[in-house]
Design a protein around this ligand. Sequence first.
Ligand SMILES: [Zn+2]
Ligand SMILES: [Zn+2]
Length: 249
Amino acid sequence: MIQPEDIRGIIHSHSNWSDGSNTLEEMALAAKEQGFEYLVISDHSKSAFYAQGLHEEKIRAQHQLIDELNNKLTGFTIFKSIESDILYDGSLDYSNAVLETFDLVIASVHSILKMTEEKAMQRLITAIENPYTTILGHMTGRLLLSRKGYPVDHKKIIDACAANRVVIELNAHPSRLDIDWRHIDYALEKNVMISIDPDAHNIDGFKDTRYGVLSAQKAMVTKEQNLSSMGLAEFRNYLKKNKGCQIMM
Ligand SMILES: [Zn+2]
Ligand SMILES: [Zn+2]
């Protein structure tokens, strides 16, 4: 069963380029210092204007900074990502040419959360079928004790993730814990990987991975079934192999 020390990289984090409070460099140095092998920086996308989501020119600038930092860091890598909004029609909010520039894409719903199951499913399935989607972020949008998630058919979403080789996030923020652990066994049965991600908005947020691990333990997840348990080389390979894989199928 997965243990807290099996988390080897921070996947899903925000810097002060969007609504996080630390600089990208501070986030990377802190993650390295804490023994993590990589940081996936996934600031908000341009439709999340309330969170200072990144327009295309900012993405180019951030990628340049990441390249510079990666040249300085040894034994640690920052991966280029984005938490791309799933728009009302299910599309992501950048062109394919821009999506192509990321090492991985986390697709999440942040707007118009009040919807029928039919609409929620159409949006999510369309996003899962997008060849650039690597991880489906916080599947239902629920906030524990304050907001119910939109209704979804978990099995159908998991089936779609299996068919499109999309990883399902276990968002480890204590108010999310989304995907709910009770649905994880079906994901594992379908060989869909889970990713225990802190959704960190500052350095302090890294430690939320522990709540994700506790939740994953209830579903008997092993470290082999969790994306953020991959070491640096394995993670890099995984991304290379899976980028745009749906296009080739
Ligand atoms: Zn989000
Ligand atoms: Zn996020």
